[in-house]
Design a protein around this ligand. Structure first.
Ligand SMILES: NC(=O)c1ccc[n+]([C@@H]2O[C@H](COP(=O)([O-])OP(=O)(O)OC[C@H]3O[C@@H](n4cnc5c(N)ncnc54)[C@H](O)[C@@H]3O)[C@@H](O)[C@H]2O)c1
Ligand SMILES: [Fe+2]
Length: 393
């Protein structure tokens, strides 16, 4: 076996009520001025108050920036950075779904290294540590609290883009399943299927040896490895058991806890092994039409699995066993069934995508070589990707 490394947030605190530990965390980090980066919904439903209280108990002066919107557009990141520069915090807290946590990560880059969010798009380009950061998820899906990625919408190119760097793993991740209890049905479904996508893409990532041979510069991803596999397997098991339950009854605490764990495991899996073609293909779709990252991924997932099945049927079958199934085809069919049950769109045309948009999408997705190189089947050209989009139309 080739050597591999495993990374997480600096510390990970998990469990119901864990948000109260923000008091200790702030003290350990010697924080005095804390900026919470979040959105207006989370202020309204009282989740921001749950983070404010322990910070105030720690004696911190706290300011709340609540201007982040989903799939955060560049303008939101710039506004958050401006607010941060004016307040001069010594700690950032990203509180919310992936959108808010990623916005906080981007602000952490800008405070430490200057420039604009667009300057930092790409892989392993950040020269050193970012501003001190704590991430607290309120959805169960993205795993951003333990990942090395930050994603936003480049409104100038109509494209979701990301920055990847080992420095983007937060100092602390606090995962409190109770914060996800009020998560709306559709957000629960979309973010939950994102966690499943992370696990499947990590578990079926290209083998490490081959990964190293593929073209491309430095990256935080490593390809398939045993630790990421273990995490991915747990994600699939938990999603199978709890996602539909969490969507059907948001107050089902056992299901919420299971999905919070699934999302964190999924984050750990993909942030070490990598995500691949599903994510690459979702980026142009998400930039062009109105769809959440999770729903876009969920839509594309079985189509990409069909493309990859010739080289990963054994791995799909192994994951399917976690759902009591035998064989890759059964697993793909079960995912299609789950999508129907939780309301994930089945076809690109349901989102307003038209045939003439597909060649442009395929070119953009193919250009994201850092994700292509993680995929077990390496697409030779944009035409192969176009074929998958056509199947999904
Ligand atoms: N950095 C990473 O590693 C990574 C990984 C996957 C996805 N992402 C990114 O994360 C974003 C998607 O994040 P998401 O799926 O968590 O959704 P989100 O952050 O976009 O949130 C969606 C909506 O749900 C609301 N919401 C969130 N939690 C709530 C709660 N507990 N109660 C009530 N409302 C709540 C928010 O206010 C928002 O309106 C995308 O931009 C995606 O590209 C990042
Ligand atoms: Fe994702």
């Amino acid at each position: 076996m080739k050597p591999f490394t495993f990374h997480s947030a600096g510390s990970l605190i998990f469990g119901c009520g864990a948000v109260a530990q923000l008091e200790d965390v702030a003290q350990r980090l010697k924080a005095k001025r804390v900026l919470i980066i979040t959105d207006t919904t989370l202020v309204r439903v009282g989740i921001v108050a749950k983070a404010l209280a322990p910070l105030q108990a720690a004696g911190c002066t706290v300011e709340v920036f609540d201007g982040i919107t989903p799939e955060p557009p560049l303008e939101c990141i710039r506004a958050a950075a401006t607010a941060a520069k004016a307040f001069r915090p010594d700690l950032l807290v990203g509180l919310g779904g992936g959108s808010n946590m990623d916005a906080a990560k981007l602000v952490a880059i800008l405070l430490a290294h200057g420039g604009d969010a667009l300057d930092w798009v790409g892989d392993s380009r950040i020269p050193g540590p970012v501003f001190p950061l704590v991430c607290i998820p309120t959805t169960a899906g993205t795993g951003s609290e333990v990942s090395a990625a930050a994603v936003f919408t480049d409104t100038t190119r109509k494209m979701k883009v990301s920055t990847l760097s080992p420095y983007l793993r937060p100092a602390y991740a606090i995962v409190d399943p109770l914060l996800t209890v009020g998560c709306p049905k559709q957000v629960t479904a979309d973010s939950g299927i994102d966690a499943l996508t992370h696990a499947i893409e990590a578990y079926t990532a290209v083998d490490q040896d081959e990964f190293l041979n593929r073209a491309g510069g430095a990256t935080v991803y490593q390809g398939k490895n045993p630790m990421a596999d273990a995490m991915a397997m747990q994600t699939v098991r938990l999603v199978g058991k709890f996602l539909k339950r969490a969507v059907d009854d948001g107050s089902d605490l056992e299901a919420r806890e299971g999905m919070a764990l699934a999302a964190t495991y999924g984050g750990l899996a993909f942030a070490n092994a990598g995500v691949a073609l599903v994510h690459a293909m979702e980026y142009p779709v998400g930039g062009a039409v109105h769809v959440s990252h999770g729903a876009g991924n969920g839509l594309l997932l079985p189509f990409v699995m069909r493309y990859n099945v010739s080289v990963r049927s054994e791995a799909y079958a192994e994951l399917g066993k976690e759902w009591g199934l035998s064989g890759a085809e059964e697993f793909i069919a079960a995912i299609e069934q789950l999508k129907k049950e939780i309301g994930i769109p089945l076809r690109l045309r349901d989102l307003g995508v038209t045939e003439d948009m597909l060649p442009g999408f395929a070119e953009k997705a193919f250009a994201i070589q850092r994700l292509m190189r993680v995929n077990p089947r390496f697409p030779n050209n944009a035409g192969e990707i176009l074929g998958i989009y056509r199947a999904a139309l």
